[in-house]
Design a binder for this molecule. Structure first.
Ligand code: ATP
Length: 341
């Protein structure tokens, strides 16, 4: 649906030339939630702004639904942009307009008649969960509610694509989650393609199907979210993956337990894309003559399945322990003895 071919963006500054985006190739499929992650200055904002030509590429092509965005006339581009909604970190609402009038704004620009506009605005208010707040001004809303207005406004003209520029970065974790849930809901209900940029792996983990990692203007790694979690190739990707999986000092933080009575062997189980987490420990306790203590764990669900690690202490006869490990492996869960092997 969206194809970027050898996209490059150079900025001329007083201090010389900056390469913000460096020969990026990307394909984004219809209906998917595609995330771009990178640290500040990696080129994410510039990249996403080139999808709707808010920023013109220095070279390369952006194709959306087989349309070469760079070759459209001013009028054609205005029309094409109605098919691409966008939301922003700082919401970009009109402060002197009510919620209702903010949402109505793109409909006015598109020349939608008043009665139709009114009906559409009420539909959108309901869709984003802002019932009863239509008459409020942005200053009277919480950050999460402001972003809901931003989303409703972006969806007003029934776009096929929604671009999200750090849409949850100004929000607290709980509000972030509620906005992410809303994006998934919209993606599923409307079949909307969502492209988002973020510096938080949590956002990628929670809602994206595929991810691209950016560093110094380049896409250094991309793929299905679970595959990238499972086998991050680049150092940069490993750093991001760590944000949502194993705390860096897990092994260290468990060391004080090693050798304590009743802990026995310490195993690290790594789950990728399966949901055996639910029953594995119960099965082991029921089937084998062992005691198991859960020491620490972090299992996160992604749009493609679960991922995470669980650390357990396990005690029993040697042969029983061996059977437990064989059982775990049979369930396609990775297992490593990190103490007492
Ligand atoms: N209008 C501009 N003029 C000059 N340089 C720019 C301009 N916009 C971006 N840059 C430079 O391009 C590079 C990439 O910036 P960009 O904002 O795309 O990165 P980012 O990953 O979105 O980071 P952030 O999240 O901090 O915005 C940076 O070095 C930045 O200074």
């Amino acid at each position: 649906m969206i194809e970027l071919k050898q996209i490059q963006k150079l900025f001329q500054t007083k201090d010389g030339q900056v390469t913000a985006v460096d020969n990026v190739d990307l394909t984004i499929e219809k209906g998917e939630i595609f995330g771009v992650i990178g640290y500040s200055g990696a080129g994410k904002s510039t990249l996403i702004r080139m999808l709707n030509m808010l920023e013109r590429p220095t070279s390369g092509n952006v194709t959306l639904n087989d349309k070469d965005m760079g070759s459209l006339s001013k009028n054609e581009l205005r029309f094409a942009r109605q098919g691409i909604g966008m939301i922003f970190q700082h919401f970009n609402l009109l402060w002197s307009r009510t919620v209702r009038d903010n949402i109505s704004f793109p409909l006015e620009i598109a020349g939608v008649p008043k009665e139709k506009r009114k009906k559409r605005v009420e539909e959108l208010i309901k869709l984003v969960g802002l019932e009863g707040r239509g008459g409020s001004y942005p200053s009277q809303l919480s950050g999460g509610q402001k972003q809901r207005v931003g989303i409703a406004r972006a969806l007003a003209n029934n776009p096929e694509v929604l671009l999200c520029d750090e849409a949850t970065s100004a929000l607290d974790p709980k509000t972030t989650d509620s906005i992410l849930d809303l994006l998934v809901d919209i993606n599923q209900k409307l079949g909307l393609t969502i492209v988002l940029i973020t510096h938080e792996m949590h956002v990628i983990r929670k809602i994206c199907h595929r991810v691209a990692v950016m560093e110094e203007g380049k896409v250094v790694e991309q793929g299905n979210v679970l595959d990238v979690f499972k086998q991050p190739k680049e150092e940069m990707t490993k750093e991001f993956v760590k944000q949502v999986t194993e705390p860096e000092e897990t092994e260290k933080s468990l060391e004080h337990l090693f050798g304590e009575e009743g802990i026995g062997q310490v195993l690290q189980l790594t789950f990728v894309g399966n949901d055996v987490t639910k029953h594995l420990i119960t099965d082991l306790i029921r089937t084998y003559n062992v005691t198991i203590n859960i020491l620490q764990g972090k299992i996160s669900s992604t749009q493609n399945g679960a991922y995470g690690s669980l650390f357990v202490g396990i005690e029993g006869e040697k042969s029983e322990l061996e059977s437990v490990i064989a059982h775990i492996k049979k369930e396609k869960v990775e297992v490593e003895v990190i103490h007492g092997g």
